[in-house]
Design a protein around this ligand. Structure first.
Ligand code: NAD
Length: 290
């Protein structure tokens, strides 16, 4: 018997990120012609293998478009004070247009203080309170990379947002909350669900656009999704067998949704693309004298 075909269009985040990279390379060349080489400082503390992998992927992506990335690797024994001094130096360095501190940080480090010490005009992750506040009032200076990537995927597919019911599952500071704010800024009606939400399905079933960022494999099953919904799966989960999956039951939900992002190859590649975007934008602002 022939296997049932999926009906949803699969949004190819890798291809969208690749197309963005070509444009980004051209923008970097234009900046270099003006004597500005975009520079991203990446700070890695400790030896968490997942963080090291993320950092090396970011460094490679920078190199691919011509951004100069400067890695600062420090043992987990670095003190709060030493880390703040390093950030102060990067803030003052005119060759650095973006500063990224890879999270999580060791428990003895005051993460909030570290993020607040990064100069807001170099905060390419968008985690500084100033940039978070900008997002709340509908200004996007450095939109956080993962939700910014989701917005770009929706735009790329010409998916209308205004007036639509959007449900965001997950309310973290780095994904769920900024995601909801960005969608609200585009006049969607947004509901945010989280681990304490009672009867998740009664919310998700109403969504025209469902964004899931919970970190729970198979959290979203087909019966929780409205027929024709756009489903964006931000989750990245490694199963005991080594397979990487999202939060959505891809096989089942792709038969009901109109669009769906795969994991891997959906939102993930966009996150890095948007980091490059923010860094280039920062360098462009410098070149324009802002
Ligand atoms: P987090 O742990 O900080 O937050 C998870 C959120 O999901 C919380 O608000 C929590 O209340 C909610 N949640 C947990 N279980 C739930 C449940 N059963 N029902 C409803 N809500 C639930 O995680 P995060 O940093 O926001 O990341 C979320 C997921 O997205 C993770 O899988 C992470 O790996 C992934 N992620 C992917 C990218 C990417 O580039 N694709 C970037 C960042 C995070």
């Amino acid at each position: 018997m022939k296997a049932e075909q999926s009906t949803a269009k699969i949004i190819d985040g890798k291809a969208v990120a690749r197309a963005m990279r070509d444009k980004q390379r051209a923008r970097v060349e234009a900046l270099m012609a003006k004597g500005v080489t975009p520079g991203l400082a990446v700070v890695l503390v400790g030896d968490n293998p997942a963080s090291a992998l993320y950092v090396s992927n970011k460094v490679k992506a920078c190199e691919a478009v011509g951004i100069k990335s400067i890695s600062h690797r420090h043992p987990a024994t670095i003190t709060n004070e030493e880390l703040l001094v390093l950030i102060g130096k990067l803030n003052a360095d005119p060759n650095v247009h973006g500063i990224l501190v890879q999270l999580p940080l060791p428990p003895h480090i005051d993460m909030a203080k570290v993020l607040e010490t990064i100069a807001p005009e170099k905060d390419v992750d968008g985690f500084h309170l100033y940039n978070v506040g900008a997002l709340v009032v509908g200004r996007q200076i450095f939109p956080p990379c993962t939700p910014y990537g989701v917005m770009n995927l929706l735009e790329h597919e010409n998916i209308p947002i205004e007036g639509r019911n959007v449900v965001v599952v997950g309310a973290s500071n780095i994904v769920g909350k900024p995601m909801a704010l960005m969608l609200m800024a585009r006049d969607a009606t947004v509901a945010i669900c989280h681990a304490k939400t009672r009867d998740l399905a009664q919310f998700t079933i109403l969504a025209d656009i469902l964004v899931v960022a919970a970190g729970v494999p198979k959290l979203i099953l087909p019966q929780m999704v409205k027929t024709g919904a756009v489903v964006i799966d931000v989750g990245i989960n490694r199963l005991p067998n080594g397979k990487v999956v999202g939060d959505v039951d891809f096989e089942g939900v792709s038969k009901k949704a109109s669009y769906i992002t795969p994991v891997p190859g959906g939102v993930g590649p966009m996150t890095i693309a948007m980091l490059l975007e923010n860094t280039i934008q920062s360098a462009e602002r410098t070149a324009e004298g802002h």
